[in-house]
Design a protein around this ligand. Structure first.
Ligand SMILES: [Zn+2]
Length: 346
């Protein structure tokens, strides 16, 4: 057979990673960051996203032990609405965590709560048991948590994936085809929507604007990584199951969801470079040694990227702010050390 497998790798090696991280000090880092952020933003299509009046509105709420879960909606672009859960702790500690979900469902599955508009009155005295989810655990620790549906997922599935019984499906592949033809990408839309959520969260009276983290697993880790790279309002970031070299993973596994892919991205960056853009803000990376998404060379394809990002933190004398937690499992969220990380850095 006459495949292009070798050609793709050759092309990556010849033309890839034009903005590789090579800064040797803070000043070089800042010069690189300005160029890298502008390039990444342009590749994603972020400058083409459209402003609109966000008009946030609370549609329902339900009391749990330790927090209240509110369902909100806000508009992120003209005619584009994002529903999200806002977990309001009984005793806020001033910190907030934006918690984008991965594939295999939306915010309902991520948070462990299903709440539809008007479902439960604000004044309901009933107290529900808190679900066993990362978001609920954070809320019980005093963090305000905002967990949205990403475009194409949860309540935002497009027509071909809409309907009951299909909650674990998403429309990202179809969105990719439409969006790239319009000069934007699913990933730019996700980052843009999270930025609008950041606008909302930082204006909450019980949240300190300098203490907003973003944390996600898998596709949620992807959203976290790009948001942290491009929006310095993110004070700390946690990505689980999403930090590996493009060449050995996504380039060879193009069957991954369409939201991973951005035209021209590999010409400029590897994933470690995106991680370097978060420096010196605290970054927690969780990886599983048996995670098949790490790529053909496994965990080595993660270590090489952490090394790239670590160089950026070392330029700031802040190597301790980059934590790499490795477990022996597969593509799963473990969470060991994350609460301690947030307590220390957020
Ligand atoms: Zn996707």
């Amino acid at each position: 057979m006459y495949t292009t497998e070798e050609y793709i790798k050759m092309r990556y090696d010849r033309f890839g990673r034009g903005l590789a991280y090579r800064a040797r000090n803070k000043e070089e880092h800042e010069a690189w960051y300005r160029e890298a952020a502008a390039r990444l933003s342009e590749l994603l299509g972020l400058p083409r996203m459209m402003d609109t009046e966000p008009s946030p509105r609370k549609t329902s709420s339900r009391r749990y032990r330790g927090f209240v879960c509110e369902r909100w909606e806000l508009d992120t672009e003209p005619s584009v609405t994002m529903p999200f859960y806002l977990l309001v702790p009984d005793r806020p500690n001033g910190g907030a965590v934006i918690n984008p979900h991965g594939h295999g469902g939306g915010k309902d599955e991520n948070v462990g709560i299903v709440l539809r508009p008007g479902e439960t009155a604000d004044v309901s005295g009933e107290v529900h048991d808190a679900p066993d989810s990362f978001a609920a655990a954070l809320a019980r620790l005093g963090y305000c948590v905002a967990a949205p549906d990403a475009r194409g997922s949860g309540e935002r599935r497009e027509g071909s994936h809409a309907g009951d019984g299909r909650e674990r499906e998403n429309s990202h592949r179809e969105m990719l085809n439409s969006y790239i033809s319009l000069g934007i990408t699913p990933l730019s839309a996700m980052v843009w929507d999270l930025e609008r959520l950041l606008d909302f969260v930082e204006a909450l009276p019980y949240v300190d604007g300098g203490r907003i983290a973003c944390a996600g697993m898998s596709g949620g880790g992807m959203q976290t990584l790009y948001l942290a790279a491009l929006d310095r309002r993110v004070s700390a970031a946690i990505t689980s199951g999403y930090f590996y070299g493009f060449r050995d993973a996504l380039l060879r596994q193009p069957g991954n969801c369409g939201c991973n892919f951005v035209p021209g991205l590999y010409e400029y960056f590897d994933m470690g470079d995106i991680g370097a853009m978060a420096a010196p803000r605290p970054l927690f990376i969780e990886s599983g040694t048996a995670d098949g998404l790490n790529g053909a060379s496994g965990i080595e394809n993660v270590y090489s990227q952490v090394k790239i990002a670590r160089a950026a933190y070392e330029n700031f004398g802040a190597a301790d702010r980059l934590v790499h937690s490795v477990h022996g499992g597969g593509h799963v969220f473990v969470g060991d050390g994350m609460a301690e990380f947030l307590a220390k850095f957020l």
